[in-house]
Design a binder for this molecule. Structure first.
Ligand code: URA
Length: 233
């Protein structure tokens, strides 16, 4: 957001007054006086005007976590351990989950306190591919690849899933790439073709790959490159 707009969003400050305050050197961004009304202000910057806080600023955190089986993708739960219980909350406060996994599923979970970033990652319109390793109860029938590519009809939502890419690895194991995240999506897709998922592991979301150095339950901060691979609208 431009500085003049941020300032004039304050109660009782007109755009003209905002520009005058900025020109008079009354506005400070991250400790530096800014005299440019058109200056874009990062959402994490601390902004003050005449010593009053306009935007408090905060530290953005981005983590990848290797979710073990049996752990809930939820913020809190009275009975089950959640992915948040695995993270040091005093060091990484106010995190939320950018794309859940079922309790039995394993693999890549992204956690952040940056809502704009997680929306860019998970909104259907952004179509970030998600890659899973799937183990099924039965061998894939020959038409499964084509049926997933054509889309599977979901009666409850009254929609056809987006084209998904199934690449058999061996026997009952395959790699599946989908571009959306509907409730139990992969289980329901396999159910629709007469098969059953017995294990599901998420390897990748967009450009971000689960770090093979992480053990189940471990996490690490994302690198700047991983963070910037998600383009904000
Ligand atoms: N699809 C599922 O059915 N389960 C998951 O955990 C993720 C995608």
């Amino acid at each position: 957001m431009k500085l003049s707009r941020l300032l004039s969003n304050q109660n009782g400050v007109s755009r003209k007054q905002a520009n005058a305050l900025i020109a008079a050197g009354q506005v400070v961004i991250d400790g530096q006086t800014c005299r440019e009304p058109a200056q874009e202000v990062c959402r994490f910057a601390v902004v003050t005007c005449q010593g009053q806080t306009i935007q408090p600023g905060y530290t953005a955190h981005y983590l990848m976590l290797y979710k073990p089986a049996g752990i809930l993708s939820a913020t809190t739960d009275n009975t089950h351990t959640t992915v948040m219980d695995l993270v040091d909350a005093s060091r990484y406060p106010d995190l939320h989950i950018a794309g859940r996994l079922d309790r039995a599923s394993t693999g890549l979970i992204l956690l952040t306190n940056d809502g704009q970033w997680s929306r860019a990652l998970t909104e259907p319109v952004s179509e970030k591919p998600k890659v899973y390793r799937v183990t099924t109860a039965y061998d894939f029938s020959p038409d499964t690849i084509d049926r997933f590519a054509a889309g599977i009809w979901f009666e409850y939502e009254q929609l056809t899933t987006r084209p998904a890419k199934l690449e058999p690895v061996s026997g009952c194991v395959a790699r599946l790439t989908i571009h959306e995240g509907r409730y139990h999506q992969i289980k329901r897709m396999f159910h629709a073709v007469g098969n059953r998922v017995v294990a599901l592991h998420r390897e990748k979301i967009g450009e971000i790959q689960l770090d093979c150095a992480l053990a189940p339950g471990d996490y690490r901060p994302l690198s700047p490159q991983e963070i910037n691979s998600v383009h904000l609208a």
